[in-house]
Ligand binder design. Structure first.
Ligand code: NOJ
Length: 537
C-alpha cells in the first residue's frame, strides 16, 4: 500500500481546496433573447452554483472578438464583447460572485490575437509599421511557397500570405488568429498590462490558453513526421511540432507571467498544458514553484476508463510531483467530447466520484453535473472551425458546447429564441429543475459529493493510499486526516464485485454510492459500474 502525504497542509491557499467549474459563456444562460449566453445570464444563475457547492468559476473568453474561434480570437484584451455585456456588467458579476464567496477566473489568450485586433491591422499595414514585429512575418521561399512545413493545430498550413506586404504571417491556429511575437519585449509588456487590467479589477486569476505554442524555434526549421501512435498523431497531426511547441523560452514566459500575478494577493495562475505524459507537467510548475499553481492535467481526460490505466496515471503523477506542487485533474472541457458520451453513461457518476475524491483540485465542466451528453451535429451543420477544417476526423467541438439544460420549457430555459447550437433532445427530462426534484438524480449525486468533499478535509488534503488487490476492475484508495478515514472504491467493470475489507477495518458505512446503495459492514457487493465513498472505523 503506497501512501502519499500532501505537503504543507496547515496553510492551504484558497485554490488548493476549491472545486472549479468551467462556464462556456455562449452556452450557459441567455438573458437577452439572442440565443447566446451572456454575463447577466451568469449572474442570474450564481445561486445555482452556490447550491451546487463549487468555489470558483472559470469563464471561457468574454472579450471583444469576431468569434472566428468563438472568443479565442480576441480583438481587445481589455473590454467585454457587447454580446456578453459590458465592463459595468462584468464588475457587477464580480461583486455578486464575491458576495457569494465565489471566485471568478478569466481566460487569457496570449499566443494569438484576432486578425481584427488593431495591433494586427497596424502590423499588416506596411513592412515598416511600428507594430510589424508584434507578429511573426517571414518571406516566401524563392518559388513563392510557405517559409517551412509548419501546420496549424486546426489543419492546413501555419502560414497565410499577405498580398499587400508580400510576406507570410504565422498562426498556430486559424488564419484569423495570428500568433503574437513573444520575442518582442513590447508585446510582453502590453500583454502583461492586459493581465494587470483585470487583476486590478478584482479578478481572482486566469486560465492561460495555448501557452505551449507561445515561442517558436528561431531557426524556423521544418518539423519532422510524427511517430506512429504518438500523442500528436492522436490529435490528427502528421508532423511532430518539435520546433513549434514547448520551446525552453516558453517556460521562462510562464515564470514572467507568474510575477505579474504575484503583484496581487491570492490570485491563481492556471495553465492549459500539452500533456503527452505526466512528467511533461512538471516544468510548468516551475523551479521551484514559480510557474503555474495549476498546470492543467489532462492525462486522465485522454485515458481509457480502465482501472489499471487510471491507477498507473495517478501513481506516476503523485510520484513525480515537485515538493509543494499541488495536483489537479480535469475530465471535461469545451475541447473534448463529454465523458458521459466517451465512457458511456453508466460510468458517468463514477467519473465524478473519482474526480471529487482524489488528492488534487477538480475542475468540472458545466452540465456534466446533470449527466449531459454530446449532441450529435452532422458534418454539414458543424460551426466549430476545427471540425469544419478536419471533416474526416471526429474533431468538431460543437457536440460538447450545447446549451445548459435548465428546465423543460422550450430551449431548456436557456434562451427565449433559437439557440446558437441545438439543445439536446433529452432536455425535457435531463435538466436542473427535474434533477433537483429527484433525490437520486445525477445532480443530487454531485451536490452530495461536493458537500462531502467540503465537509471532509481528508478529501482535499488527507493522506492518499492506494488499496491494491481488492479485485479485478476495481480501483480503491484511502483518504485519511485526523480521525477521518475514508475509502473510495470504484468498479470500472460490467460484473458485480464482492468486496472484503476485513484487512482494513472492523466497520464501514456508506457516505455515498453512485447507485444510492447503503452498503455497510466489511463485506458487500459492488454492482457493475458502482462506486462508493465509505467511512471506515
Ligand atoms: C485552446 C482552447 O481551449 C481552444 O478552445 C482554442 O480553440 C485554442 N486554444 C486556440 O485558442
Amino acid at each position: 500500500m503506497k501512501t502519499y502525504h500532501p505537503h504543507g497542509t496547515q496553510n492551504l491557499k484558497w485554490w488548493q481546496t476549491a472545486v472549479f467549474y468551467q462556464i462556456y459563456p455562449r452556452s450557459f444562460q441567455d438573458s437577452t433573447g439572442d440565443g447566446i449566453g451572456d454575463l447577466n445570464g451568469i449572474i442570474n444563475r450564481l445561486d445555482y452554483l452556490v447550491d451546487l457547492g463549487i468555489n470558483a468559476i472559470w469563464i471561457s473568453p468574454i472579450f471583444p472578438s469576431p468569434m472566428a474561434d468563438f472568443g479565442y480570437d480576441v480583438s481587445d484584451y481589455c473590454d467585454i464583447h457587447p454580446m456578453f455585456g459590458d465592463l459595468e456588467t462584468f464588475d457587477r458579476l464580480l461583486d455578486e460572485a464575491h458576495t457569494r464567496n465565489l471566485k471568478i477566473i478569466l481566460d487569457f489568450v496570449p499566443n494569438h490575437s484576432s486578425n481584427q485586433h488593431p495591433w494586427f491591422l497596424e502590423s499588416r499595414s506596411s513592412r515598416d509599421n511600428a507594430k510589424r514585429n508584434w507578429y511573426i512575418w517571414r518571406d516566401a521561399k524563392p518559388d513563392g511557397s510557405v517559409p517551412n512545413n509548419w501546420v496549424s493545430m486546426f489543419g492546413g498550413p501555419a502560414w497565410t500570405w499577405d498580398e499587400k506586404t508580400q510576406q507570410y504571417y504565422m498562426h498556430s491556429f486559424l488564419p484569423e488568429q495570428p500568433d503574437l511575437n513573444w520575442r518582442n519585449p513590447e508585446v510582453v509588456e502590453a500583454m502583461h498590462n492586459a493581465l494587470r487590467f483585470w487583476l486590478q479589477r478584482g479578478v481572482d486569476g486566469f486560465r492561460v490558453d495555448a501557452i505551449l505554442c507561445l515561442i517558436k524555434h528561431d531557426s524556423f526549421q521544418d518539423n519532422p513526421p510524427v511517430t506512429p501512435g504518438s500523442y500528436w498523431e492522436m490529435w490528427g497531426h502528421t508532423l511532430e511540432p518539435r520546433y513549434t511547441v514547448e520551446q525552453p523560452e516558453m517556460f521562462e514566459h510562464v515564470r514572467l507571467m507568474r510575477r505579474v500575478f504575484d503583484e496581487f494577493e491570492e490570485r491563481v495562475h492556471i495553465g492549459e498544458t500539452g500533456t503527452v505524459d505526466v512528467s511533461g507537467l512538471i516544468p510548468y510548475y516551475g523551479r521551484p514553484l514559480d510557474g503555474y499553481d495549476i498546470p492543467f492535467n489532462f492525462k486522465l481526460l485522454h485515458a481509457d476508463w480502465h482501472a489499471p490505466t487510471v491507477r498507473q496515471i495517478l501513481g506516476d503523477y503523485y510520484d513525480i510531483l515537485p515538493a509543494g506542487g499541488w495536483p489537479n485533474f480535469v475530465y471535461g472541457n469545451h475541447d473534448i467530447h463529454r465523458f458521459a458520451t466517451r465512457y458511456g453513461y453508466k460510468n458517468h457518476r463514477s467519473v465524478a466520484m473519482l474526480l471529487l475524491t482524489l488528492w488534487g483540485i477538480p475542475t468540472l465542466y458545466y452540465g456534466d453535473e446533470l449527466g449531459m451528453e454530446d449532441v450529435f451535429i452532422p458534418v454539414a451543420q458543424r460551426i466549430d472551425p476545427w471540425g469544419i477544417n478536419m471533416p474526416e476526423g471526429d474533431f468538431g467541438r460543437d457536440p460538447e458546447r450545447t446549451p445548459m439544460q435548465w428546465d423543460a420549457s422550450p430551449h431548456a430555459g436557456f434562451t427565449s429564441s433559437e439557440p446558437w447550437l441545438p439543445v439536446a433532445d433529452d432536455y425535457q427530462t435531463r435538466n436542473v429543475a427535474a434533477e433537483l426534484a429527484d433525490k437520486q438524480s445525477t445532480l443530487n449525486f454531485y451536490k452530495t459529493l461536493i458537500q462531502l468533499r467540503r465537509s471532509h478535509p481528508a478529501l482535499h488534503n488527507g493522506a492518499f493510499t492506494f488499496v491494491d488487490g481488492l479485485g479485478d476492475d476495481l480501483l480503491a484508495y484511502l483518504r485519511e486526516a485526523g480521525d477521518q478515514r475514508l475509502l473510495v472504491c470504484l468498479n470500472f467493470g460490467d460484473q458485480s464485485r464482492p468486496i472484503d475489507l476485513n484487512h482494513l477495518t472492523s466497520s464501514a458505512e456508506t457516505l455515498l454510492s453512485t447507485h444510492f446503495n447503503a452498503h455497510s459492514g466489511t463485506t458487500f457487493t459492488l454492482q457493475p459500474h458502482e462506486s462508493v465513498l465509505l467511512q471506515l472505523k
